[in-house]
Design a protein around this ligand. Structure first.
Ligand code: BMA
Length: 313
């Protein structure tokens, strides 16, 4: 395979030269794969909550910490958050977490896919330290995936972005709640687009990122091909005060599978962004993503260039 990697639209995102940052081979205990991590910062460090698939095919979440978010990771020696056998809601494991800091509650909120016998659904856990977790149960029932809360309330309401499957269609939806328990006012925010690279399915990628121009949304779009599905990354911008208003959406994908590690693995052709950290000093956006459902990778971008691109595309 060639060493030349095209980065996608305008080379906005650069792959880290040390990718993948995690594989099953450098994990502290035996596992099948590690991928699709949630990301945040805590005590001045970057924390990834990595989805880890065991040899039964069930997933759990394990924390990895690093000072610079790139090197010298310390991974918990055993699973950090896993399903208990008597929890029907999480019977087949926990997947694809997204993390936000809820300043009002002074807690991190982790939304994740809990796999119940009835299918994938969205659950919430709160934590202050990524050691002790308070489970809040299911927010929305199957079939649903790819969710994150916004880090603040809007007109007193929490907002959840998520991706239910309704009549076979897979669009990104938004729902509202006064208390994180009762959800309503469900609406489609980012639909699939016929003919384009995101025609088959779309789903939220990383947690929403607050910028001066609006909430930056990084999402994945899927197109079926003769060789299987391609999972690529696109951008959207939501109004800062009224995030239910879509300001912009990129027509092109901004990163798609090109590197060998994005094509060789359990599910080839997958770039699946799930975590973002903004380095405000460098104005650098670090995106953590799952590659081919097999490894954890990193791509970086200059935030100004990303905003410029989305505002003018
Ligand atoms: C999605 C999710 C992700 C996975 C992706 C590609 O539906 O299940 O966890 O990375 O498919 O297989």
């Amino acid at each position: 395979m060639t060493n030349i990697i095209r980065n996608g639209s305008r080379n906005l995102f650069q792959r880290y030269s040390g990718n993948p940052i995690f594989t099953a081979d450098n994990w502290p205990y035996p596992v099948n794969t590690v991928f699709n991590p949630g990301a945040t910062t805590i005590n001045g460090e970057t924390l990834l909550l990595v989805r880890v698939e065991d040899y039964r095919g069930f997933s759990h979440l394990t924390a990895a910490r690093s000072k610079d978010g790139i090197t010298d990771w310390k991974v918990d020696a055993s699973p950090t958050l896993s399903s208990s056998s008597n929890n029907q809601e999480e019977k087949w494991g926990l997947e694809d977490p997204r993390i936000i800091w809820l300043a009002d509650e002074k807690k991190y909120a982790i939304t994740y896919t809990s796999f119940s016998g009835g299918g994938p659904q969205i659950s919430l856990a709160m934590t202050e330290d990524f050691k002790n977790f308070e489970r809040k149960g299911t927010l929305v029932p199957p079939e649903d995936k790819d969710s994150a809360l916004f880090p603040k309330r809007f007109m007193g309401r929490y907002i959840l972005m998520h991706r239910p499957i309704v009549k076979g269609e897979a669009h990104i939806w938004m729902s509202f709640s006064p208390d994180l328990i009762h959800w309503g006012e469900h609406r489609i925010l980012i639909p699939t687009r016929g003919g384009l690279w995101d025609c088959h399915r779309v789903g939220l990628g990383t947690q929403p990122i607050e910028t001066s121009e609006g909430w930056l949304i990084i999402y994945h779009g899927i197109r079926g091909t003769a060789a299987g599905k391609l999972y690529r990354m696109g951008l959207a911008l939501l109004d800062l005060e009224k995030p239910w208003e879509l300001i912009k959406r990129s027509e092109e994908w901004v990163m798609g599978p090109k590197a060998e590690y994005e094509f060789v693995g359990d599910v080839p052709g997958v770039v699946f962004p799930t975590g973002a950290v903004l380095d405000k000093e460098k104005n650098e956006l670090r995106i953590y993503y799952g590659a081919a459902d097999t490894s954890v990778c990193l791509a970086t971008a200059n935030l100004n260039e990303v905003i410029d691109y989305i505002m003018n595309c």
